[in-house]
Design a protein around this ligand. Structure first.
Ligand SMILES: C[S@@+](CC[C@H](N)C(=O)[O-])C[C@H]1O[C@@H](n2cnc3c(N)ncnc32)[C@H](O)[C@@H]1O
Length: 241
């Protein structure tokens, strides 16, 4: 796995973060070192997806990046389903295809290159996963996207959402962000790397509060919604149609 050193050198000017080729090439290391308990989150998602998947339906991963989630889902779900990964980064999808090929992914699957800001076409879905991706969708487009997902899910189908979130008030928000940067330092990132990445993400990654995400899901019509994971400013929510 190549090491993430995207923000290691001092940069003269810092542009907006993009999911470009240099990010795609180190992305698995970036996720491991930037997302607390990422392996456990993956394990929990798979555990739930196994229970919700139904023969003859589709399982979607929105913002599939390099295909880690698709691979884990495909290796564990026994139901006869088709897997569909969505991402707007061609570089990410190329890495995804390469990873699935390397593992001789034995499942029926499609990878679709499309911008989720335009909405998404989902049909006959029993499970939709969206990890650390809704936070990159323009806030004005999020209601529409969640509505698209809801309509494409079958009755009793689920959406599994993982997001970076804001604390419910600025007091805890500040504290949680401090703990998060300490976590990144423990994983080998320097103060400079952390500061430069924060600046690059500022206009691109727009987190909601946990309760705002929950409200969005319920408002669009999900029947049940619960939190399955929380670590300071990271949160996993599962919602059922
Ligand atoms: C943080 S990564 C997701 C990580 C991945 N789900 C995982 O856990 O392995 C966000 C992904 O969403 C994709 N993305 C961001 N905005 C998007 C958009 N508007 N349409 C489609 N994909 C988007 C990016 O290209 C990137 O691959």
């Amino acid at each position: 796995m190549s090491k993430d050193e995207v923000f290691k050198e001092n940069m003269q000017s810092i542009g907006d973060f993009t999911f470009s080729k240099n990010v795609a090439s180190v992305f698995d290391d970036m996720l491991e070192r930037c997302v607390p308990l990422y392996q456990e989150i993956q394990r929990m998602i798979v555990e739930m997806a196994v229970d919700f998947s139904v023969d003859g339906t589709n399982v979607y991963d929105l913002g599939c990046s390099t295909g880690t989630t698709l691979l884990n889902l495909g290796q564990n779900i026994q139901s006869k389903v088709k897997f569909i990964g969505y991402d707007y980064s061609e570089e990410m999808l190329a890495k995804c295809k390469q990873k699935l090929d390397e593992h001789q992914f034995p499942r029926d699957y499609d990878l679709i290159c499309a911008d989720l800001n335009q909405g998404v076409h989902i049909e006959n879905a029993s499970v939709v996963t969206m990890l650390l991706t809704l936070q990159f969708i323009r806030p004005l487009k999020r209601d529409m996207l969640i509505g698209n997902i809801l309509r494409g899910l079958n009755e009793n189908g689920c959406l599994i959402l993982v997001e970076k979130v804001l604390g419910e008030d600025s007091f805890f928000n500040r504290l949680f962000i401090k703990y998060y940067y300490d976590f990144k330092k423990r994983n080998g990132y320097s103060e400079l790397e952390i500061a430069q990445k924060r600046e690059a993400l500022e206009n691109v990654l727009i987190p909601y509060k946990l309760l705002e995400n929950r409200e969005l899901l319920l408002k669009e019509g999900f029947r049940y919604c619960d939190i399955f994971f929380k670590w300071y400013n990271f949160c996993g929510v599962v919602a059922v149609k």
